[in-house]
Ligand binder design. Structure first.
Ligand SMILES: Nc1ccn([C@@H]2O[C@H](COP(=O)(O)OP(=O)(O)OP(=O)(O)O)[C@@H](O)[C@H]2O)c(=O)n1
Ligand SMILES: C[C@](O)(CO)[C@H](O)COP(=O)(O)O
Length: 386
């Protein structure tokens, strides 16, 4: 069975304010729209995802969708949500999906369970929407903010998305009602045609980012669903004849160099291992075996970038890193800021989250005798709680 998704993301986000349309603004380091797309990209029953976006937002969309599977090239939206949905459905027509889910790009917290329930009900009943029973007492206002009456809440539900339908039926109705453009959701078209639509109970966290304060609420929701992990790494490289060492991405003239299969950047290796450790994803030797000739002389930023990318792919974020270089020479102090800058750039985090320190071992042990350099690193990472 083919289950396609139309993600409508062509709105201006006027009520949310801000310089960027709300779907491209970040919540805890990641654009709203990327979170929405990933919820469907990760779902095993979804076969394809088509986004409807505003003209001129192609680059922002490409960033938001980068690396995610099943995503088709986006199509341009219309003036109202309804028009955007129609354009998305028309673009899917050649694919002939059995079921289509229509979802707001501005609802990044849709759960896998809600997606499943809407698919099941749409297959069975031909139209189904995620919704929440109203639990507050409802008041109708008069001309000003004064109550003119109480609306019985019995049998009232708040419509959310995804809304799922047999594809041919909803496409046909959107074509029929394309002149109206006054329908704020897709179930309204089924209702106007006298067709039943099943209400599927949703999760209250499936909020639509609509007003400025919704960003703070979204951050709180997300943070409560994250866990913090600490990783640690340690590495040593011996000196051999040479004229410079590479430490935390910075070349430093020296009377010797560090021996290694790659560029032997001992600080970056410790940091990379700390990240793999926080993810429980093995170690640097497992991802980049020293027996593999392609890594001979490789710049270690390749390894660090890979580890940082893994954090991103798991929906996480590097909160802070702390590297300690242990050597008698060269002096690290004059290069500390350059090292911090290089590490921050590679990991895609801000400078104030990156520490580089140095110490000697008071001429004791192998580092004290100047036989090599050791490094240790700590990292804290937040990840979606497992
Ligand atoms: N012409 C439009 C209008 C809205 N949407 C999308 O429909 C969803 C729900 O709409 P809403 O929350 O009202 O978003 P905006 O129209 O962007 O918000 P506003 O009304 O505050 O401008 C959003 O994901 C929005 O991007 C769309 O694709 N095309
Ligand atoms: C479709 C919808 O999300 C259902 O709640 C909503 O109606 C769309 O947003 P809008 O603010 O009504 O455009």
């Amino acid at each position: 069975m083919k289950v396609a998704v139309v993600i409508v993301a062509a709105g201006k986000g006027v009520r949310a304010g801000g310089e960027l349309p709300k779907q491209y603004r970040s919540i805890v380091g990641e654009p709203v729209l990327r979170r929405t797309l990933r919820a469907f990209a990760d779902h095993p029953r979804i076969t394809s995802i088509l986004a409807v976006i505003a003209e001129g937002q192609e680059d922002r969309f490409a960033d938001a969708a980068s690396g995610l599977p099943k995503i088709a090239p986006p199509v341009p939206g219309g003036a109202e949500r309804q028009a955007s949905v129609l354009r998305g459905l028309e673009a899917l027509a050649r694919e002939e999906p059995d079921i289509v889910l229509i979802h707001d790009g501005a609802r990044p917290f849709v759960s896998s369970a809600t997606i499943d329930r809407v698919i099941d009900a749409a297959r069975r009943d031909s139209g189904a929407i995620a919704a929440l029973p109203v639990s507050d007492t409802l008041k109708r206002a008069g001309d000003g903010p004064v109550i003119s009456g109480t609306v019985p809440r019995d049998r009232l539900w708040r419509a959310q998305t995804p809304q799922g339908f047999r594809f041919e039926e909803i496409l046909d109705l959107h074509r029929q009602f394309s002149e109206r453009e006054d329908m704020t959701d897709d179930a309204s078209l089924f209702e106007a045609a006298g067709r039943p639509v099943t209400l599927v109970e949703d999760d209250p966290t499936n909020i639509k980012i609509t007003r400025p304060e919704d960003f703070a609420l979204a951050e709180r929701l997300l943070e409560s669903a994250m866990e913090t992990r600490v990783g640690q790494g340690f590495d040593v490289h011996a000196f051999e004849d040479g004229d410079h060492v590479t430490l935390c991405g910075v070349d430093i003239p020296h009377t010797q160099k560090l021996r290694g299969h790659s560029d032997a950047d001992v600080g970056m290796h410790a940091l990379t291992d700390a990240i793999y450790g926080a993810l429980a994803e093995g170690d640097i030797g497992q991802h980049f075996p020293p027996s593999d000739e392609q890594w001979r002389g490789a710049p270690s930023e390749v390894f660090l970038r890979h580890a940082a990318e893994l954090v991103k792919k798991r929906g996480g974020r590097i909160l802070h890193t702390d590297v300690t270089l242990i050597c008698e020479a060269p002096k690290v102090g004059p290069h500390r800021e350059a090292m911090r800058g290089a590490l921050a750039e590679i990991m895609g985090i801000s400078l104030d989250r990156v520490a580089v320190k140095a110490t000697t071992t008071e001429k004791l042990g192998f580092t004290g005798r100047g036989e090599g350099i050791a490094a240790q690193a700590l990292v804290t990472v937040t990840l979606p709680a497992s």
